[in-house]
Design a protein around this ligand. Structure first.
Ligand SMILES: [Zn+2]
Length: 287
């Protein structure tokens, strides 16, 4: 894993989310887990050489952030937003979560199949400690501020570590790669980005893409506005949901994140459908 500050480590060049961890004077706090088994086990071994694991924090329910929790079961409490439990370990686009993960591991981490548990032995290891608005964890000489930042998902959180001037934003920020809106409320998302912009931070560890600075926050906000505007303009022209899917694409703007290249057209479709439904009042609002 790459060292970002004195005590913060993260990895941004693997398939799945960007997991990271913070080494304190009294153990290690993890933010999200790798979804590929070989990467999750490698991260666990690396961390255990640095100290006991005190907490594992999940920033959201999407599989690429939570599947690796299995490899940390019984090592520490898991923490997340109360709404992460609404969708934790649920089907992915109609496929049951276990079958979905077997396919991902077969394709992207063949060696990891040897580490894959049988379904009956799988401990999905969801958060045992949840909160609704904000939570502060104090571990050693570090403070972790967990902030509800709904938008990309309802139970989305950011983890702010003031001592390191680092924000783990989860998928509230997709840096220089395609943004997924498939379970989003874009209005809440924009408000959450405004909140993150008030924090004193030198580094943002995004959910996907390279480490960035706070100057990426307005770029992420602008992209969300552009997406919503594109769909709203289509609706104003009388386009149906299907026509909007045909005509709207942001694929020329950014690459897909690592290992997702073939999902580009699907993500455009999911994004248009969700934003279309949202603008028609048919998708839930989070705030
Ligand atoms: Zn996500």
């Amino acid at each position: 894993m790459k060292r970002i500050t004195d005590n913060v480590y993260a990895i941004t060049d693997i398939r799945g989310c960007n997991p990271g961890y913070v080494v304190t004077s009294d153990g290690v706090v993890i933010v999200d887990t790798p979804q590929l088994p070989t990467k999750a086990v490698a991260m666990r071994e690396e961390i255990l050489r640095k100290g006991p694991i005190r907490f594992l924090i999940n920033t959201e329910h999407h599989m690429d952030h939570i599947f690796g929790n299995y490899f940390f079961a019984r090592l520490c409490p898991v923490v997340g937003h109360e709404h992460i439990l609404d969708n934790f370990w649920t089907s992915v686009r109609g496929v049951d979560p276990y079958s979905y993960m077997v396919e991902v591991v077969k394709k992207d981490d063949p060696q990891g199949m040897a580490l894959m548990p049988l379904e009956k032995d799988l401990r999905v290891n969801p958060p045992a400690i949840t909160f609704s608005h904000r939570m502060t964890l104090r571990v050693g000489d570090h403070v972790f501020e967990l902030i509800h930042t709904p938008g990309h998902t309802r139970g989305q959180i950011a983890v702010y570590v003031p001592k390191e001037k680092v924000i783990f934003t989860g998928d509230t920020v997709f840096c220089e790669c395609q943004t997924w809106f498939h379970s989003s409320d874009p209005d809440s998302w924009l408000r959450s980005l405004d909140i993150l912009n008030t924090l004193d931070a030198d580094y943002i560890i995004p959910g996907h893409g390279p480490i960035c600075k706070k100057d990426y926050i307005p770029k992420q906000s602008a992209l969300i506005r552009e997406w919503v505007t594109a769909v709203a303009v289509g609706i104003a022209k009388g386009w149906s949901r299907e026509e909007s899917v045909e005509k709207i694409s942001f694929l020329d703007r950014f690459p897909m994140d690592i290992g997702q290249e073939s999902s580009g057209p699907m993500v455009q479709q999911l994004n248009v459908e969700r934003i279309f439904d949202f603008l028609q009042g048919k998708a839930e609002r989070f705030q």
